[in-house]
Design a protein around this ligand. Structure first.
Ligand code: NDP
Length: 329
């Protein structure tokens, strides 16, 4: 079996030296275990977070750990009646070609679910559920309100934007570059898109949010969020989902918090696993919306385990459109 382990804790931007490829022979299966061949491994910003020590919502990776990641794959051998050979499963098996896992730690992917297995790593998986939790539990957009989403062409942002649109809100997506902005309007159906890399970003944002901002779904933090804060309406809601602009550098100057006082905005950080009681119903709803065409998604797919470090480094600076995956099959 080939796997990628965490080799070196990066101090600034991640480079390939953070990763090492390792070959190993897997042991025999024990009762209750299955051998899974991963078809897709997930590339996510939180993997950068797990490379850091310090207080967080999850334990950091140790040097030598397989890179933590959600996966979908196929049961090759089974010592569990619950998961016969050939079953497609989702789990957290990390960046490796195969893995042995206890059947109870895996989730069966329905053969007739109406969505592709890889969607369980994206719009019908952790990113989709994250969007659902932040928007439904904190953002709570009402019809006619203006919802702004940052990193809107990404895995979480694209679902958050479409959920807001389905709720009857006016939607504005923020992303880097003209191609992503065109995708946000033409494919995701947003009312407007704003390029945060453009020199006139603040003017574009002001034009796109003429009635102010009622909900800001924040994936990026930093200067982009400062600009959106200047547009908040009274009693705006701000689900703080991520701060990717700060993951590889020292924290940017704090948000324009005076704006939150003036507007009495409600800011709330959240982690998608906070409400595990709602997880399955969120997935069910997302699968249904995808099957109905009310949520569409794109996947950026890199080929082969060797491509994973590069795909990760590229995703952190916007190389992906929609969910970044690596295909192993
Ligand atoms: P994406 O698919 O959105 O990929 C990351 C994107 O971030 C890039 O494509 C890039 O898009 C954008 N980006 C990178 N650097 C910057 C920058 N300096 N300023 C603005 N945008 C930047 O990833 P995910 O959808 O998986 O994650 C999105 C956010 O959600 C992350 O912050 C992540 O940590 C967070 N998250 C939070 C969870 C929670 O439970 N709270 C769970 C899952 C994710 P562009 O080309 O537009 O710059």
């Amino acid at each position: 079996n080939r796997k990628i382990i965490f080799a070196e804790r990066p101090t600034g931007e991640v480079t390939r030296s953070a990763f090492n490829f390792v070959e190993e022979t897997l042991p025999e299966l024990k009762e209750g275990e299955v051998l899974v061949k991963n078809h897709y491994i997930s590339i996510d910003p939180y993997q950068r977070g797990r490379m850091k020590t310090g207080k967080s919502y999850a334990k950091p990776m140790d040097i030598g750990d397989v890179i933590v990641a959600a996966t979908v794959g196929e049961v090759l051998e089974s010592q569990s009646d619950a998961l016969p050979v050939g079953t497609m499963v989702a789990g957290y098996l990390g960046w490796q070609e195969k893995a042995i896992a206890r059947a109870k730690h895996l989730q069966m992917i329905p053969a007739t679910g109406g969505v592709s297995p890889s969607a369980y790593l994206g719009a019908a998986g952790l990113p989709g559920v994250t969007a659902w939790m932040g928007l439904r539990l904190i953002g709570e957009p009402k019809p006619g309100e203006t919802v702004v989403v940052s990193a809107a062409a990404g895995a979480v942002g694209s679902v958050a934007l479409q959920l807001a649109k389905n709720a009857g809100a006016r939607t504005v997506g923020i992303a880097g570059g003209a191609a992503k902005c065109a995708y946000i309007v033409d494919k995701l159906g947003a009312d407007a898109a704003v390029d945060y890399r453009a020199d006139d970003f603040a003017d574009q944002l002001a034009a796109a949010t003429g009635d102010g901002v009622d909900v800001y779904f924040d994936n990026v933090g930093g200067p982009v969020s400062d600009a959106v804060f200047a547009r908040l309406n009274n009693f705006a809601r701000v689900p703080l989902c991520g701060a990717i602009s700060e993951y590889q550098s020292k924290p940017a100057p704090i948000y324009n918090l005076t704006q939150a006082i003036i507007t009495r905005a409600r800011l709330q950080g959240f982690i998608c696993t906070d409400r595990m009681d709602l997880w399955n119903s969120a997935v069910e709803e997302l699968v249904e919306l995808i099957a109905q065409g009310k949520i569409i998604f794109n996947e950026s797919v890199a080929e082969g385990l060797d491509a994973a470090p590069e795909a990760f480094i590229s995703m952190l600076s916007g190389g992906n459109l929609g969910k970044q995956l690596v295909r192993l099959a």
